[in-house]
Write a protein that binds this ligand. Structure first.
Ligand SMILES: Cc1cc2nc3c(=O)[nH]c(=O)nc-3n(C[C@H](O)[C@H](O)[C@H](O)COP(=O)(O)OP(=O)(O)OC[C@H]3O[C@@H](n4cnc5c(N)ncnc54)[C@H](O)[C@@H]3O)c2cc1C
Length: 404
């Protein structure tokens, strides 16, 4: 047994990143203890779109058959003018995409994804109702304290505790969340409830000055949407959610295309979600504690890459920890070197995407539309993210690219 097999590893958070890490490590014979604050692993009310840079690993983990019975493969990527509904760019996804990128582009309910990942991890490795409230890394091992008074120790602590990460705050010393200037309403509507929607199986951006609608199919004959509005400024509360009144979602969008209005009024509207992100960190690791997923690099959602980048982190961190040689510090150093630059570029592309989607009418919007109409133009802002195989490739200096 190598030194790496004997390390006691604590993962904080049984979300997409934490569960994927546990699956990836198990393939190398390395076990972990996962501590999750909720009493039940059930994320309701939202879906995620996963591109090939994430779905390729489900094949490697032997989970594709199970997942593919729940996910819905996106048929096309379509950019539209949000007010007239006219098509600005239409690009086939489906089999064409799979051939180009080596894995599918899908939408899936988060509850389905989490259920399949947690079953693959095994519930005996996941300790529920354990909200981490303190870390003491001054002794021979890191000591963890949970809100129920229990303690545990570990040689390595991985903060996969999401967008409002306690572990990031501990590593950094303060909360660095930044309001992106946009807020969103999230919803899931049955396909039957949006009969006028053109191309319901496509992932579509309806773009316009000051806002956009993104939607994609997610299985169960439903469509998941995120309606983004450049409002309010500044964000008025400490928490990230504002109660919304019915009809508030139409404030900016009432005069948009009827299919947009149909979708965002098909069901009672969600709360208004402030869209926050965080600046890139110079270091992700402090002593025996490191970060993964949103805790390391929370993204604005406009590139649909939060879960994808968390999955890439997990695959890379597992490979770094597998190597029997070298110290833990070496492994973490390598993990950061492989992940910080790439996620920084995805963070930048994600936040700047909103500016491009929300351009006012004029020359810049015309240039954007011309770019998105061509396959090369659309691939320019997607390929460097979707074609990447984090298990085999190192990010190149040149990888990156914004929408214009
Ligand atoms: C509106 C919106 C739309 C999005 N759409 C997409 C999309 O289409 N595609 C995509 O790839 N991504 C999307 N994302 C982002 C994606 O959901 C996240 O990036 C992803 O879930 C991050 O995974 P994670 O493992 O880091 O965190 P999470 O999956 O959030 O998991 C964190 C876990 O840690 C637990 N936890 C938190 N604090 C503690 C604590 N102190 N102690 C113990 N446990 C704790 C939580 O309960 C949770 O289970 C979207 C996000 C938003 C806000």
């Amino acid at each position: 047994m190598s030194a790496s097999d004997q390390r006691r590893i604590a993962v904080i958070g049984a979300g997409i990143g934490g569960l994927t890490l546990a699956i990836a490590l198990r393939r190398y014979g390395i076990g972990v203890d996962i501590y999750e604050q909720t009493s039940e692993l059930r994320e309701v009310g939202a879906a995620v779109a996963l591109s090939a840079n994430a779905t390729r690993f489900f094949e490697q983990f032997g989970l594709t058959t199970e997942l593919s019975s729940r996910w819905f493969e996106v048929s096309a990527l379509i950019f539209r003018d949000g007010r007239s509904g006219s098509v600005i760019g239409r690009h086939d996804v489906g089999a064409t995409y799979r051939k180009r990128f080596g894995a599918p582009y899908v939408g899936i309910h988060r509850a389905d994804l989490q259920a399949i990942l947690s079953a693959a991890v095994g519930l005996d490795s996941i300790r529920l109702r354990k909200r981490l409230v303190d870390i003491d890394d001054s002794g021979a091992r890191a000591m963890l304290r949970f809100d129920d008074g229990c303690t545990s120790d570990a040689d390595l602590v991985i903060g996969a505790d999401g967008a409002r990460s306690f572990v990031r705050r501990w590593v950094l010393g303060y909360d660095d969340a930044l309001y992106s200037g946009c807020s969103g309403f999230r919803g899931m509507v049955p396909m039957a409830a949006v009969p006028t929607l053109p191309d319901p199986t496509a992932l579509q951006f309806w773009m316009g000055p000051g806002g956009h609608l993104l939607h994609y199919p997610m299985g169960h004959d439903h469509i998941n949407f995120l309606l983004v509005e450049r409002h309010p400024a500044p964000w008025p509360r400490r928490d990230w959610i504002l109660p919304a009144t019915e009809g508030e979602q139409l404030r900016h969008f009432a005069q948009w295309h009827p299919a947009v209005v149909e979708m965002i009024t098909a069901r009672p509207i969600s709360d208004r979600w402030g869209l926050f992100h965080r600046p890139p960190l110079g270091r992700w690791t402090r002593g025996r504690v490191t970060l993964l997923g949103d805790a390391a690099h929370q993204l604005a959602p406009h590139h649909g890459q939060g879960a994808g980048q968390s999955i890439e982190d997990a695959v890379v961190l597992a490979a770094c920890l597998k190597s029997g040689s070298g110290t833990l510090a070496d492994a973490l150093e390598r993990y950061e070197r492989l992940r910080r630059g790439r996620t920084r570029k995805v963070q930048y592309a994600s936040i700047s995407a909103a500016d491009v989607l929300h351009l006012p009418d004029g020359d810049n919007a015309d240039r954007r539309n011309a770019r998105l109409a061509s396959l090369d133009g659309a691939l320019h802002h997607l390929s460097w993210i979707h074609e990447f195989d984090a298990s085999r490739q190192e990010p190149s200096e040149r990888q990156g690219g914004t929408w214009l």
